[in-house]
Design a protein around this ligand. Structure first.
Ligand SMILES: O=C(O)CCC(=O)C(=O)O
Length: 348
């Protein structure tokens, strides 16, 4: 808004100069004053009104163009905006000493082999990764023909025989792969990254990732939340019989293994909003919130739950006594980037 105001002032200043020039020209042009209607057109007040409406529509147009250009660049990560590129690079994935050998605390409540780690990276790390992604030349982006997604592929070409034309990951992804291995999330160092860019309203059809990457896949999300749906098989998808649904927040890591990897289909619906439902009550003794039901199986692990707990803690004892509550959140999707990180055996 501030930018638009400055822009408007600049345009007004520029146009005022032009305005003055035209009025002076008109005044000096005797023809204009001879013919009433022509002369009226150059009446100072009318002229200003015409110019002002022109300026407003021009400013609106320029503002629209500016926000379109911004939209084409990268998702918004305001809180990390103050740091410059070098600072972000220096701090990227630093000071990490976690061990995720035991993933049990991150298990979603429905399927045994799906794990969700919220806030796996910081906002600064996210900003750094987005900088890297959006500073890639155009030829590193591949627009899919039959879907509204763009891709970047790192590490080589995945073929049915394995990885071909393999090449080392760029430093910013190599560092991430090393971290996953160091923190025991992946048993082997991953060598391939498929990056997907989704605009709101765009998802991915139900699929399995095939036997090549077995036994697991790791997905990092940047920029926006989304919802992931798992189906037992294709007929279940057709009947809209969801096996499990997850809320995936930016900066989180989703890991799925074994059955969740081999058998079930995963997908993202083509939506621009997601509705998250929660039935809850209060456990007075333990002073905690009890989730009775939710349409997402990882609600207890999400940042949304933490925000919700803060809000719920404001309720008085009389308000909560013996009651249960229902709430629904409407989450609006923004541009999301996902990094699907895998180990792909080299073709022999
Ligand atoms: O974007 C996502 O989170 C899912 C990507 C995916 O399913 C895939 O790369 O196979």
């Amino acid at each position: 808004m501030k930018e638009a105001k400055i822009l408007l002032k600049k345009i007004i200043f520029r146009e005022e100069k032009t305005n003055e020039k035209h009025v002076n020209e008109a005044r000096n042009n005797s023809d204009c004053y001879k013919f009433g209607s022509k002369a009226d057109h150059f009446n100072q007040n009318n002229f200003e009104q015409i110019m002002l409406s022109k300026l407003i529509s021009k400013a609106k147009q320029e503002k629209k163009q500016a926000s379109q250009q911004k939209e084409d660049k990268e998702p918004n990560t305001d809180s990390a905006q103050s740091k410059n590129k070098d600072e972000l690079e220096k701090e990227y994935l630093n000071l990490r000493a976690k061990n995720y050998n035991d993933l049990t605390p991150f298990k979603v409540s429905s399927v045994d082999t799906i794990y969700y780690i919220p806030n796996y990276i910081t906002e600064e790390d996210e900003k750094y990764l987005l900088n890297q992604i959006y500073s890639q030349p155009q030829e590193n982006w591949h627009q899919l023909k039959h879907a509204k997604r763009r891709l970047q592929k790192w590490g080589g070409e995945v073929t049915k025989n394995g990885l071909e034309n393999n090449e080392p990951l760029p430093t910013w992804l190599e560092k991430f792969s090393e971290l996953l291995c160091k923190e025991n999330i992946t048993a082997k160092k991953t060598n391939h990254v498929l990056l997907n860019e989704y605009h709101p309203g765009v998802g991915i059809m139900p699929h399995t990732d095939g036997p090549l990457y077995h036994p697991y896949v790791v997905i990092l999300s940047l920029g926006s939340h989304t919802c992931f749906e798992f189906y037992k098989d294709y007929p279940s998808y057709k009947e809209e019989d969801i096996l499990t649904k997850l809320l995936i927040e930016p900066r989180s890591l989703l890991i799925f293994k074994d059955d969740a990897y081999d058998k079930f289909l995963h997908s993202i619906a083509d939506r621009d909003v997601d509705f998250i439902d929660l039935d809850y009550s209060f456990d007075k003794e333990n002073k905690t919130i009890k989730i009775n039901n939710s349409n997402v199986a990882n609600f207890h692990l999400t940042n949304l739950f933490n925000k919700f707990k803060e809000q719920a803690s404001l309720k008085s004892e009389e308000e909560i006594e013996g009651k249960s509550f229902n709430e629904t959140w409407k989450l609006i999707r923004e541009k999301r980037i996902s990094l699907t990180i895998r180990y792909v055996p080299t073709s022999s």
